[in-house]
Design a protein around this ligand. Structure first.
Ligand code: C2E
Ligand code: MG
Ligand code: MG
Ligand code: MG
Length: 282
């Protein structure tokens, strides 16, 4: 009987799909409550000049202390991060928290990088709300905020993405293209975007020693960043060999477990004091 209904109708009764939808609703509901209950926290990972060892910036990475499920990584709740409403609520909390933490560190030229979900970046009024938020942090130079946006914004959204990035640029906020090389950005798209930074995806870095093609891709990204005058950051540096290969190829700023793992804000404060001796903590 069921078979004769055809595959389209079977989807309707799929218990697996029902279960997924149920878990998704639960996750979204828990996330919304979690924001109010302050269950989210930001960890930070340093971005350093691998030659001078100076710290350039820190990337904020969200974690969730879920009351039942325990400590969660963004990959565990990406559906909430990417959700049109919940994702924006979380994203606005992240921006505010990162700016607040920046005022606590009080190092004017330290860059704090914040990951922005595509749905958040493209939501109506994003630039205006960012501008309003920055006004509530008069001591933070907008240049000290860098938004990491994914290259995987769908093709249909590229024109709106260009407008938003231009709007951020007009505020003085910096924009980085995250996971560069894995998405859809064409060269003509790069030409239209006032970007400040490219981030080389960790998948290329991790194969840098073993795979000739990945090395060639990195070499191209280095050349591209020099031609377009972008800052360049490599992520996923897990060994001294990775670091040396990147320096040899002309990429000087890096981020990865070999340099430091993401850590709490307090641990980051200590790390800066230990490793950032030649910058003034005023
Ligand atoms: P991403 O922005 O590309 O961040 C880099 C990820 O690589 C982080 O994972 C970081 O912990 C990890 N990582 C750093 N160094 C190394 C290394 O040497 N080796 C390896 N294997 N991994 C390394 P995490 O924290 O689990 O975040 C995963 C992704 O979740 C991020 O990728 C970002 O796309 C997203 N994300 C993180 N925080 C936020 C947030 O506040 N909002 C939004 N919308 N997305 C976020
Ligand atoms: Mg990122
Ligand atoms: Mg990345
Ligand atoms: Mg990534």
């Amino acid at each position: 009987q069921a078979k004769s209904l055809g595959s389209n109708n079977i989807l309707f009764f799929d218990p697996e799909e029902e279960r997924r939808q149920y878990h998704r609703r639960q996750l979204l509901q828990a996330a919304e409550i979690g924001i109010e209950r302050r269950e989210f926290e930001l960890h930070y990972q340093p971005q350093v000049n691998m030659i001078s060892h100076q710290i350039i910036g820190v990337e904020a990475l969200i974690r969730w202390n879920h009351p039942e499920l325990g400590f969660l990584y963004p990959g565990d709740f990406s559906e909430a991060l990417e959700h049109p409403n919940i994702g924006i609520l979380i994203g606005e909390w992240v921006l505010k928290e990162a700016l607040h933490q920046h005022t606590l560190w009080d190092i004017s030229d330290l860059v704090v990088s914040v990951n922005i979900a595509p749905a958040h970046l493209l939501c109506k009024g994003f630039v205006q709300r960012l501008s309003d938020l920055l006004l509530t942090f008069p001591n933070v130079n907008p240049k000290a905020l860098e938004l990491e946006v994914l290259e995987t914004v769908s093709l249909a959204d590229i024109n709106s993405a260009v407008d938003v990035v231009k709007g951020c640029c007009a505020l003085g906020v910096h924009v980085a293209l995250d996971d560069f090389g894995t998405g859809y950005a064409s060269l003509s798209y790069l030409k239209k975007l006032p970007l400040n930074t490219l981030k080389i995806d960790k998948s290329f870095v991790q194969n840098i020693l073993s795979n000739k093609e990945d090395r060639s891709i990195i070499q191209c990204i280095v050349a591209l960043s020099q031609a377009f005058e972008y800052n360049l950051i490599a992520e996923g540096i897990e060994s001294m060999e990775h670091e040396q290969a990147l320096i040899d190829m002309g990429c000087h700023i890096g981020q990865g477990y070999f340099i430091a793992r993401p850590m709490t804000a307090d641990a980051m404060t200590d790390w800066i004091q230990l490793h950032g001796k030649n910058r003034s903590l005023h």
